[in-house]
Design a protein around this ligand. Structure first.
Ligand code: ATP
Ligand code: MG
Length: 196
């Protein structure tokens, strides 16, 4: 069985994340995609959301997709979330599954800096999707990393969680940039400074 891992802080989850996961799933015939929200250290965002809130947003957004799941490991574990530690544990617990780690172009560029990247690329393939602002350039990567990065096409979406946090804080609409369920959650919970 082939499973994609969609990691991120998802603060908030937006349609760029959803489309990246769906594009990778379709392009490489992944049977499932597991969303894995990472823990955010308390100092990272001044008006930050909690792990429970980010998990709730991801859960609400993926509920209608039969192939999407959520794993709360990194949020529950706390501390800094290193992908290598998560991947070691995934491969221990699910020995029969072939994992693919889905990332946007901004992350592809930084792969050489990821902790234990040589072990990571021995353990799994990455699936990279394009993202406005960063070229998806595999030639810029060392060859042993580049050959473990597969590419999935997706319509380009110039949307980031950073942009959505500042729009929400400024009283601007984030409707249709996040899944409807996330929009409803943000309205109800009043996170990001939205008036409930
Ligand atoms: P922030 O602005 O807080 O960093 P973000 O929008 O980059 O948020 P993350 O949670 O950091 O979202 O990203 C999780 C993963 O999703 C990363 O691999 C990132 O490259 C990818 N991603 C995020 N937004 C897009 C997008 N618009 N198109 C393609 N990939 C995306
Ligand atoms: Mg990001």
């Amino acid at each position: 069985m082939k499973v994609g891992i969609m990691g991120g802080t998802f603060d908030p989850l937006h349609i760029g994340h959803m489309l990246a996961a769906e594009s990778a799933r379709e392009a490489y015939m992944l049977e499932q995609v597991w969303f894995m929200p990472s823990h955010i250290p308390p100092h990272k965002h001044a008006a930050g959301t909690t792990g429970a809130q980010r998990l709730a947003m991801v859960n609400s957004a993926i509920a209608g997709h039969p192939a999407f799941r959520v794993l709360d490991w990194e949020v529950v574990r706390g501390g800094v979330s290193y992908t290598i530690e998560t991947v070691r544990r995934l491969q221990e617990e699910y020995a029969g599954i072939e994992f693919y780690f889905i990332i946007g172009a901004d992350m592809v560029q930084y792969l050489p800096k990821w902790r234990d990247i040589d072990e990571l690329v021995r353990r799994l393939y990455f699936i990279g999707v394009g993202r406005p602002g960063t070229p998806l350039d595999l030639d810029a990567l060392p060859q042993h990393i580049a050959r473990r990065v597969l590419i999935a096409d997706m319509p380009q979406l110039d949307i980031s969680s950073t942009m959505l946090r500042s729009r929400a804080a400024a009283g601007k609409s984030i409707r249709y940039m996040v899944p409807d369920a996330v929009f409803d959650y943000v309205q109800r919970s009043g996170c990001y400074g939205v008036q409930p």
